[in-house]
Write a protein that binds this ligand. Structure first.
Ligand code: R1P
Ligand code: URA
Length: 289
């Protein structure tokens, strides 16, 4: 009988042509240059800037929640992929995309985030030029408190850096498109939850996170943004083989100012996604790969 998939100890594929399991894509269906986003509506919005290679822009929605578009921008082949949320989805995306693309890759994330600095207005876009750190719930601290007495409830990692050249292109392209006053550069914090490890209060769980944001800012006073994927993208890009074969950068729209409680309105978010996203397509199309 036909197996569900082959190569279970590697990067499994199924079907004919053989498709990677979760993205549902096969060789050549996405480009070496990718804008990766969290929300399908953001991907759809940006896909309107692509022109088709054939009769229409390539589009594929996988049964695991990924949505990919491939077409041309400035005569360069480019993809826009929506992955959903969190460290695992970014891991699925980077690994399975790497498996179906030949040669060097450049990946830029366009996300949304909460903002840790009072002075950064909602609707601004922040570039993680100074790197990203991961904040993880320390599971053993909660599950085996006696064995782990005195341990920290949250683990804060060292910084992981993006590709400097791609990041500089992304920052200058965003400044040109949005105006310099709308673009901020600094450190990103990626968290493994929207809730506990982002310091949100939830009376339904034991989280021990009332001083978490304070601790993060003590270690990284220039931390500006908090979201859920950029660190994983940078980490996997740096771990890719041959070394340096994936270049990564990340920009995020500030949708919520945590110190002031301000939140962005729908129209301002849509504008930042549209104009910011187009700026990222522009930056990617100019990069020498
Ligand atoms: C949480 O609401 C989601 O929004 C942010 C976070 O990283 C997380 O994925 O980014 P996206 O809007 O790109 O999904
Ligand atoms: N996305 C996040 O992960 N956190 C926020 O506060 C807003 C968007």
């Amino acid at each position: 009988s036909k197996s569900v998939y082959a190569d279970t100890n590697g990067v499994p594929r199924s079907g004919d042509p053989p498709r990677v399991l979760h993205l549902g894509l096969t060789d050549g269906e996405i480009a070496n240059r990718v804008v990766v986003v969290g929300h399908h509506s953001r991907a759809e919005l940006l896909s309107s800037f692509l022109s088709p290679e054939g009769s229409e822009v390539f589009k594929l929605a996988s049964d695991r929640g990924f949505l990919a578009y491939t077409g041309l921008y400035n005569d360069q082949r480019l993809s826009i992929v929506s992955i959903g949320m969190g460290l695992s989805m970014m891991d699925f995306f980077v690994r399975e995309a790497r498996a179906i693309v030949q040669g060097p890759m450049a990946i830029v994330r366009l996300g949304t985030c909460g903002c840790l600095q009072e002075w950064v207005k909602v609707g601004c876009v922040s570039v993680a030029s100074a790197g990203s750190a991961l904040v993880q719930r320390n599971y053993s601290h909660f599950d085996a408190p006696k064995a782990h007495a005195g341990s920290e409830p949250y683990l804060i990692s060292d910084l992981c850096m993006p590709d400097a050249e791609l990041t500089a292109l992304v920052a200058s392209s965003l400044q040109e498109a949005l105006g310099a006053q709308k673009v901020v550069e600094g450190i990103n914090i990626t968290a493994d939850s929207f809730y506990s490890s982002q310091g949100r209060a939830d009376p339904a769980f034991t989280d021990e996170n009332s001083v978490l944001i304070e601790k993060v800012l003590q270690r990284y006073p220039k931390a500006i943004t908090m979201e859920m994927e950029s660190f994983q993208l940078f980490h996997l890009a740096r771990s890719s083989l041959p070394k340096g074969s994936i270049k990564a950068a990340a920009a995020v729209v500030n949708v919520a100012n945590r110190p002031t409680g301000d939140v962005v309105d729908g129209e301002a978010l849509r504008c930042a996604e549209r104009d910011g996203g187009r700026a990222l397509l522009q930056a990617l199309s100019k990069l020498k790969l």
